[in-house]
Design a protein around this ligand. Structure first.
Ligand SMILES: Nc1ncnc2c1ncn2[C@@H]1O[C@H](COP(=O)(O)OP(=O)(O)OP(=O)(O)O)[C@@H](O)[C@H]1O
Length: 292
């Protein structure tokens, strides 16, 4: 079998962890009978996407995102476009997609998964003109991602601290949804569109989500009194939100959401600003990815 050219795209800021020693660690553990490894560090937002595109055009067969869901998003969009294979070495704050796929968080173990080189094909989705792979949505979490992006410090602790501060003043919003032709009107604190089950850190909003079923889980977190916040957190960590009276989950493949104003949204945890109307669609079995 001929060797595959593999490029590791390393986001130096994701998860707030130092990654200077990562190339050496990968170099020492990668199976050289299968792969010719190369490394690139990203220098700014959007750089992973540029590097991935260049690599795809230069005959790299496998492109690995070393980072969190935001880095995976940039790399995976190009991997799909050029019909290459995605690998993941988890290094984010939440690692939602990696945890869902059971890719080990320990780097040496994640390299072993790449060495085994089992490739699966998974669903991906579009959110207006953008692609997402794990989770996208609007409401409180999108608002928090937007505020968090302006923060210097990354990592889970900073995110939680900011969330606790902002949760007291955030007001839930009215949304009109059309899911596979059926209309719903809901007041929601958060609407999450889940491809995998979790946001990251094993916080499962859509416990029954499958990444190969051609469906997305529309998760509507209702307005709730603050004293129920620990209940919701407990249900997420125990993957029981599908039995919760705080969360409604509707599966579908074609989703339209209309809100009262232009506002923040998030795509795989990265904040953007979009108009009132959001069209979401699944692209069944559209991304090649190395999984355990
Ligand atoms: N050198 C850089 N400086 C600043 N931002 C960067 C740099 N390289 C990449 N980025 C951006 O960092 C953002 C965050 O990356 P990522 O999502 O991988 O980490 P995270 O947010 O810590 O993890 P997770 O999404 O799992 O919670 C991405 O949007 C990416 O575009």
């Amino acid at each position: 079998m001929s060797k595959s050219n593999i490029l590791f795209i390393i986001n130096p800021i994701s998860g707030g962890k130092d990654k200077l020693k990562i190339p050496a660690l990968i170099d020492a553990n990668i199976d050289r009978s299968k792969f010719n490894p190369n490394f690139s560090f990203t220098e700014y937002i959007g750089h992973a996407s540029e590097i991935a595109e260049e690599a795809a055009n230069k005959n790299f067969d496998v492109i690995v995102a070393v980072g969190g869901d935001g880095t995976i998003n940039e790399v995976a969009a190009k991997v799909m476009q050029y019909d290459k294979i995605l690998g993941i070495i988890p290094f984010g704050s939440g690692n939602g997609l990696a945890r869902f796929l059971k890719i080990p968080i320990k780097t040496a173990e994640a390299i072993k998964v790449i060495n085994k080189f089992d490739v699966k094909v998974i669903d991906t989705a579009t959110f207006n003109e953008k692609r997402f792979f794990n989770m996208a949505g609007m409401g409180f979490d999108a608002y928090i991602s937007a505020v968090f992006a302006g923060n210097k410090s990354r990592g889970l602790a900073g995110y939680l601290k900011l969330g606790m501060k902002e949760v007291l003043s955030y007001r839930s919003q009215d949304y009109d949804l059309i899911i596979d032709g059926k209309e719903y009107t809901r007041n929601a604190f958060v609407i999450s569109i889940a491809n995998s089950s979790q946001y990251g850190n094993n916080a499962h909003i859509a416990p029954a989500a499958s990444i190969t079923d051609g469906l997305l889980d529309v998760c509507i977190i209702k307005k709730f009194p603050m004293y129920k916040l620990p209940v919701l957190a407990y249900q997420m960590l125990n993957a029981t939100t599908d039995q919760s009276d705080l969360v409604e989950i509707i599966k579908g493949s074609s989703i339209k959401i209309v809100r009262s104003q232009n506002d923040a949204i998030h795509i795989d945890g990265e904040p953007f600003f979009m108009g009132k109307e959001i069209d979401i669609a699944i692209l069944p079995l559209s991304l090649n990815i190395i999984t355990p």
